[in-house]
Design a binder for this molecule. Structure first.
Ligand SMILES: [Mn+2]
Length: 391
C-alpha cells in the first residue's frame, strides 16, 4: 500500500512539474527534480571527443584511462598548406553526434565503449608554434607521460602481454593522437620505442613520407624533420622494424629511386589502384601478413581518402580511396597487436560543411573498435540483422 502511495505521489509530482507548475523554492535541485540527468545535445556542451569525460591528463595524475584521445596541434613542418594545428578541434567538433551511449555499429557488431575499457579525452599537448625542436620534444614528453600511466582496467584485447612481451612487464595505456601534421609521428615513435622497442607501422597515406629531405631546402638538421621525412628520420634513429607497410599511396615521385629508398626504410607498398585490382580482402591479408604479431602502430593520414570526399588537408592527391573502402580495411585489421594510433593532416580551413572533420571523428570511433575487438567482425551474410530481413 505504501508503495502504491509513493507511486501515485511520484506520478502526480511528475504531472505537476511537466505541466509547467513552479518547482518549490526549497527544492535542493530544481533542474534534476524536474528534468532528471540529461545528456548534452549534439550542438551543446564542452568540446570533448564524442562527449567523453575530459581531463587535463598531463597535469592531472589522478586521471584514469585505458585509451586516451590526445590532440597534437602542430603544423609547422608542412611542405604546402598549413592549418592542421586546428585538426584536433575539427575532429572533436566532427564527433559531436557520436556518444558512448549510442556507439553500437552494425559493421563492427559492438560498442567500443562497452568493452570494459575506459576511454578519456586527455585534451591537447601545448606545443610551441615558434620552435619546432621544442615542439617535437613537448610532444614526446607528453606522450611518454601518458604512456607511463597505469591502465585503468585490465584490457583483454591486449595480446602482446602474453605473446611478445614478458608477462611481468607493466601494461601501458594506448593513445589515439589527433594531429596535427604528420611530423607528430616522430616524437610518438621515439616515445613508443622506449616501451616496445622497434615497432611496425601500418601507414595509410597518399604519400610515402620516407623521403630523406627536399633538395636545397633542408640545410640544417632541424629542417630535415618534416611531414614528408619523419619515417626516414625514425629509421635512422633505429625506431622501426623491417615489417612496415603503406596503404593507399598514389603521389608523384622523383623517380623509382624513391621506392628503393622506401624499402630500405622498412616499408612495403599497397597503392591506391591495388584496391581495384585485388580488392579489400587481399589488401587486408597483405597488411596482416606483413606485420604479423609485432607491436604495431596505425598512422592514418586523412589524405589517403579522395579529396572530393575529404578536402580539408594540406597536400591533397586526386583519385583516392573512398571512406567506405577505408573503413572496411580497418575492420579487417582488428586483432593485430596495436600499441597506438593517430589520425593526422586534417586541416579544417579547407573543409566544406565540416565533412572532413566528421569523417575523421567517425574513423576514430572505428580505431576504438579495432583496438578493442579480438578479430574482424564476421561476414554479414549469416547474422546481419539487415540480411535477415525478408525483402
Ligand atoms: Mn602523410
Amino acid at each position: 500500500m505504501r508503495a502504491v502511495f509513493a507511486l501515485v505521489l511520484t506520478f502526480s509530482s511528475f504531472l505537476l512539474h511537466a505541466s509547467g507548475h513552479q518547482v518549490p523554492l526549497d527544492d535542493p535541485n530544481p533542474w534534476t527534480s524536474k528534468y532528471g540527468a540529461q545528456i548534452d545535445l549534439p550542438f551543446t556542451g564542452p568540446l570533448s571527443f564524442s562527449h567523453l569525460p575530459y581531463s587535463r591528463c598531463l597535469e592531472d595524475e589522478s586521471a584514469e584511462f585505458d585509451i586516451a584521445v590526445l590532440g597534437m596541434p602542430f603544423d609547422t613542418a608542412v611542405t604546402y598548406r598549413s592549418g592542421a594545428r586546428f585538426g584536433p578541434f575539427a575532429i572533436r567538433s566532427g564527433s559531436r553526434r557520436q556518444r558512448a551511449e549510442r556507439g553500437y555499429s552494425l559493421a563492427w557488431r559492438n560498442n567500443p565503449y562497452e568493452q570494459g575499457s575506459k576511454v578519456l579525452d586527455c585534451g591537447d599537448v601545448p606545443v610551441s608554434p615558434f620552435d619546432n625542436a621544442l615542439a617535437v620534444d613537448q610532444m614526446e614528453v607528453a606522450y611518454t607521460t601518458l604512456l607511463e600511466r597505469p591502465i585503468a582496467s585490465h584490457d583483454d584485447s591486449r595480446i602482446w602481454s602474453s605473446k611478445s612481451i614478458a608477462k611481468d612487464k607493466q601494461e601501458h595505456p594506448r593513445i589515439i593522437s589527433l594531429g596535427g601534421d604528420h611530423t607528430i609521428v616522430l616524437p610518438i615513435l621515439r616515445s613508443l620505442n622506449k616501451v616496445y622497442g622497434n615497432i611496425s607501422v601500418i601507414h595509410f597515406d597518399a604519400h610515402l613520407d620516407t623521403w630523406e629531405g627536399y633538395t636545397g631546402q633542408t640545410p640544417t638538421e632541424q629542417s630535415r624533420i618534416t611531414h614528408g621525412t619523419f619515417f626516414a628520420i625514425a629509421r635512422e634513429e633505429g625506431l622501426l622494424s623491417n615489417s612496415s607497410i603503406h596503404a593507399g599511396v598514389r603521389c608523384k615521385l622523383t623517380g623509382l629511386d624513391d621506392l628503393s629508398h622506401d624499402e630500405a626504410v622498412g616499408f612495403k607498398l599497397i597503392t591506391t589502384d591495388d584496391i581495384d585490382d585485388y580488392g579489400t580482402t587481399e589488401i587486408i591479408r597483405r597488411i596482416r601478413e606483413r606485420v604479423g604479431d609485432t607491436p604495431v602502430y596505425l598512422s592514418f593520414d586523412i589524405d589517403v581518402i579522395d579529396p572530393g570526399l575529404a578536402p580539408a588537408t594540406g597536400t591533397p592527391e586526386a583519385g583516392g580511396w573512398t571512406v567506405r573502402e577505408v573503413k572496411r580495411i580497418i575492420r579487417g585489421l582488428a586483432g593485430l597487436n596495436f600499441v597506438g594510433a593517430d589520425i593526422v593532416e586534417v586541416s579544417p580551413g579547407y573543409d566544406h560543411a565540416e565533412v572532413t572533420g566528421i569523417i575523421a571523428a567517425d574513423l576514430v570511433h572505428d580505431f576504438l573498435s579495432m583496438f578493442l575487438s579480438q578479430a574482424p567482425p564476421k561476414a554479414p551474410e549469416d547474422s546481419s540483422p539487415l540480411s535477415r530481413q525478408e525483402l
